[in-house]
Design a protein around this ligand. Structure first.
Ligand code: MLT
Length: 255
C-alpha cells in the first residue's frame, strides 16, 4: 500500500483486522523483515509496517531526525484514522519508537523495544557512524553487507537469512542509508525519560546480540516500571528474523 505524506510517499504493509500493531524496521533493512510477524499477528491484529523514509518503497530519501520521523508516523496514523497502536521497533525502529512515545504518548497503547537502547551514541559510536557515512559516500551500500552481516547475525547464520538480509540491504539507496546513519548518530538520549513510560512495555534482547548488548537492553527494562524483559535464545541482533518462533511467541503473549 502507498500513502502520500508531507515528506513523501510511504509504502506500508496493512494486514489483518483488530487492534493496531505498528512495526518499525531496523537499519539498513525494510518492512519485509517483518514477514513472519505479519503472518503470526494478522489473524488477531491489524498490522501496519511502514518502510522508513527512503527505505524499501518509501520515497524519496531525505534527511530526518528521530523527532521528525515520529511526526511522520503520527501523520501516517492520522491518515489511516488509527487512534492508538502497540508500537514495536527493532533496533533503529526502537529508537524511532521511543521518539514517537516521547512526543505522542497517548498514541502508544503498548511498547516493544527489541534489540534497541535508550542512551545516545557515545563519541566512539559517533566516530564509527561518520566513518560509515564516508564509506557509503565512497563505495555505496555494497560495503554494508561485509561490514554489518557478521554483527547483525549470530555466527553461522542459515543461508536463507543471509540471502534475505543481503537482498534487503541491496535495495537500500546510499542516500537513505546515509540519512538514517546521521539520524542515529544525532539521536537524543532517552535514558532519563524512561521512568515516565506508563504503558505496558516489553524489552527484548538477542542472546548473542553484539550490536546492542544484553546489558544495554537490561538497563532499559530496569528503568521502566513493570517492563517485561525477554531474551530470545539462539539469535543475534535481528532476533525477529533469526528466531521468529521465539520472537513471535513473546510478542503474542505480550500483546
Ligand atoms: C539497526 O539494526 O537498526 C542498527 O544497527 C542500529 C544501530 O546501528 O545503532
Amino acid at each position: 500500500m502507498k500513502l502520500d505524506l508531507k515528506p513523501g510517499t510511504v509504502s506500508y504493509i496493512d494486514a489483518g483486522k483488530g487492534p493496531v500493531v505498528l512495526l518499525i524496521h531496523a537499519f539498513p533493512l525494510n518492512n519485509t523483515m517483518w514477514t513472519s510477524q505479519v503472518a503470526a499477528l494478522s489473524n488477531r491484529f491489524r498490522v501496519l509496517a511502514p518502510d522508513i523514509r527512503g527505505f524499501g518503497e518509501s520515497q524519496p530519501a531525505s534527511p530526518w531526525t528521530m523527532e521528525e520521523m515520529a511526526d511522520s508516523l503520527n501523520e501516517f496514523l492520522d491518515e489511516l484514522h488509527v487512534k492508538d497502536s502497540a508500537v514495536v521497533g527493532v533496533s533503529m525502529g526502537g529508537y524511532i519508537a521511543l521518539a514517537f512515545w516521547s512526543t505522542y504518548p497517548k498514541r502508544v497503547r503498548q511498547l516493544v523495544l527489541s534489540n534497541s537502547r535508550a542512551r545516545a551514541d557515545n563519541d566512539a559510536e559517533k566516530n564509527a557512524r561518520n566513518s560509515m557515512i564516508a564509506a557509503i559516500e565512497q563505495s555505496g551500500v555494497a560495503i554494508l553487507p561485509e561490514r554489518m552481516l557478521p554483527r547483525l547475525l549470530q555466527p553461522n547464520p542459515p543461508a536463507g537469512i543471509v540471502r534475505d538480509v543481503r537482498n534487503m540491504i541491496g535495495r537500500t539507496s546510499p542516500a537513505a542509508a546515509i540519512y538514517a546513519v546521521m539520524a542515529m548518530r544525532d539521536r537524543m538520549d532517552f535514558s532519563s525519560m524512561l521512568h515516565r513510560i506508563v504503558c505496558p512495555t516489553m524489552v527484548i534482547t538477542g542472546e548473542n546480540d553484539v550490536i546492542i548488548r544484553m546489558e544495554d537492553s537490561r538497563a532499559v527494562a530496569d528503568a521502566i516500571s513493570g517492563a517485561r524483559f525477554v531474551t530470545i535464545p539462539n539469535s543475534g541482533h535481528l532476533s525477529n528474523l533469526e528466531n521468529p518462533e521465539a520472537f513471535n511467541a513473546a510478542l503474542l503473549s505480550f500483546l
